[in-house]
Design a protein around this ligand. Structure first.
Ligand SMILES: [Zn+2]
Length: 80
């Protein structure tokens, strides 16, 4: 009986840690992937801008600083 309760406790702790790590990791990544560059025009937009259509050669950036460093200009409409 004691051994079974110990396994139960370890399993509960493991699931708790997994939810904690998985949750924070997921939200972080979604926030970071908002900038997308258009290699043709060398302009970067917020994802969902009406002046940007997502294509196969679109370039995702982690931040607007990274896009500027790559030689891209910010879109004047969505102001990324
Ligand atoms: Zn835009």
């Amino acid at each position: 009986m004691t051994g079974f309760r110990r396994i139960l406790l370890i399993t509960a702790l493991g699931i708790g840690a997994w939810l904690l790590l998985g949750g924070s990791c997921c939200c972080h990544e979604e926030d970071e992937a908002e900038i997308v560059g258009n290699p043709g025009s060398q302009v970067f937009h917020r994802r969902g801008c009406r002046y940007f259509s997502l294509s196969l050669d679109s370039q995702p950036f982690v931040s607007r600083e990274e896009a500027v460093a790559a030689g891209y200009r910010p879109c004047g409409v969505c102001r990324p």
